[in-house]
Design a protein around this ligand. Structure first.
Ligand SMILES: [Zn+2]
Ligand SMILES: [Zn+2]
Length: 99
């Protein structure tokens, strides 16, 4: 069992837009639609502020088109929502995590 706090504490990933530590600021994920039907288009994370400055609605790493960047809540503020957003394949387990 992996807890959210363990993951955030071990995160050393960088934002591919600004190359700063991903954990230094709120991060966002890319969704293919607004609202509850939206699904993540890829498994990449960027700062929410950096997403807002992207020149187009494409993931800078994998070029997947997205419709809406959604900011990930802090794992301690909204652990359930955090987990459901991070759990990419909805398997109930963290097969791929932030870093
Ligand atoms: Zn950034
Ligand atoms: Zn991507």
């Amino acid at each position: 069992m992996i807890f959210a706090d363990d993951i955030s504490g071990q995160c050393h990933a960088e934002c591919a837009v600004c190359f700063e530590d991903l954990c230094a600021e709120p991060v966002a994920l890319f969704y293919d639609a607004e609202g509850p039907t939206g699904k993540r288009v890829c498994q990449h994370f960027f700062h929410a502020a950096c997403c807002a400055e992207l020149p187009g609605k494409f993931c800078p790493l994998c070029n997947q088109a997205f419709e809406e960047p959604r900011t990930l809540p802090g794992p301690t503020e909204a652990p359930r929502q955090w987990f459901s957003m991070v759990d990419f394949d909805q398997s109930g387990g963290l097969t791929r995590v932030l870093c």
